[in-house]
Design a protein around this ligand. Structure first.
Ligand SMILES: [Zn+2]
Length: 195
């Protein structure tokens, strides 16, 4: 486990931020130990879609998510597409814009480069969206999200939704932490107004 830099106050988010990458389960929608297998099981965390729409006023937002349920045979790529269509349509209804969703469909034993904590999804997102690591943050609710961010060279952010409080308890040092996506969106907005 790497050590994370000491707690940073919310006020210190860089005004140069251009790309916000988000984990999906436990960050945007409620997570489930039984996986999110179809659109009916995909339920947004209250306020999360409004927060993404608010972020999109200031930065590009994209999603980087492990979806090993595909490899495990729990749901198909078509199911995943349908889940993401529900997500995108609800985001548009909340005033947001469609966003890129990068996912890893592989299981933990396949040795792929995209499954977090590997940085593959984040590196692809930054390349396709023309962002540098120094102007990118990745917000997630697990230690492997923080590790992926660190490996990709972007700012790791821990949210306390989903698995976030358990992750926080397991870390040797406190990462930059926000209660939820709404608090992150407020901090990004404040940094842009300041900058
Ligand atoms: Zn993968």
């Amino acid at each position: 486990m790497h050590l994370y830099i000491a707690p940073m106050s919310h006020a210190q988010l860089s005004p140069d931020l251009s790309l916000v990458l988000l984990d999906r389960d436990g960050v945007i929608n409620a997570d489930s130990k039984d996986y999110i297998k179809d659109p009916a099981e995909w339920l947004p965390i209250p306020g999360s879609l409004d927060a993404i729409a608010q972020l999109q006023l200031h930065v590009t937002v994209a999603v980087c998510t492990n979806q090993s349920g595909v490899d495990r045979g729990l749901f198909s790529l078509g199911d995943l597409r349908a889940i993401h269509e529900k997500f995108q349509s609800q985001l548009i209804a909340a005033g947001g814009s469609p966003l890129n969703i990068y996912f890893c469909p592989h299981g933990p034993d396949t040795g792929c480069e995209c499954r977090k904590p590997h940085p593959g999804l984040l590196l692809t997102a930054m390349r396709e969206l023309n962002a540098n690591p120094s102007s990118t943050l990745f917000a997630g609710d697990s230690v492997r999200d923080l590790s992926a961010a660190e490996a990709a060279g972007c700012l790791p952010i821990l949210l306390r939704t989903g698995n976030g409080n358990d992750a926080l308890a397991s870390l040797p040092a406190t990462p930059v932490t926000f209660d939820d996506l709404s608090e992150l969106a407020a901090a990004v907005t404040a940094s842009k107004r300041r900058g």
